[in-house]
Design a protein. Sequence first.
Length: 255
Amino acid sequence: MKVSIARPAQARLQVTKPTFMLVGMMRSGSNFLERSLGLLPSIRCHGELFNQHFVGLAAEYPQEFLGYRRDNVHARNKDSVAFLNAMIQGCDRQVMGFRMFLDHDTAAMSEALYNPAIKKVVLTRNLLDSFVSLEIARETDVWLTTEARTTAEPDRVNIDVNEFTAFALRQSMFYNDVLTILQRTGQPHFHIDYAEIKELSVLNGLVEFLGVPDRFSTAEEPIKRQNPGSQQDKISNYGQVVEQLRQRRLARWFI
């Protein structure tokens, strides 16, 4: 099976301390998982280090770290692998993690994904739920909150099924690439779904996989869920979406 992420011609990544990558997508719960893991004293978990628009340093870090600024992607992009090497070597805790999504830097993606010294965590979510959350965030311009929601009425959006299916296809192919590469290279991974990110047993299983002595005693909420409620609560044209997905024989995967 063809994969779109090629093995690096010459590996340059230097994994000088325990490191993991969290493979996910926008609105999959990765912010919550990043912040949760960062509560443990042994783990420093960055965000989207390779986002196209910003450098997602860990929330506890200052605006600039090791000469790289959050708002200067050009310095990072000059040599993304050198940047990742610096982040690993300069990490102030036992284990360093970072998030990696579709459309993040291809060179860094390739280096990290094919390197067995970097542990892999794969975070998934129902793709329609993820897409709805993404559309709400785009409309409200609220991407993360630490405050509990005060209004009972959920935000609602109209969903274009063509746009959704294009989104679902790209994300599915990306995850397929990742899992195929991990299988072909004999790399184990820890799978966690959005529905499990607050389950204490799952979180502690993840921490054990990462090889640190810390354990969660409670499932804290460093950030709050922005859009609680069902799909029907949040999709203004829900009936139309269901019908169109059924016509395409796709409904059973998303509804």
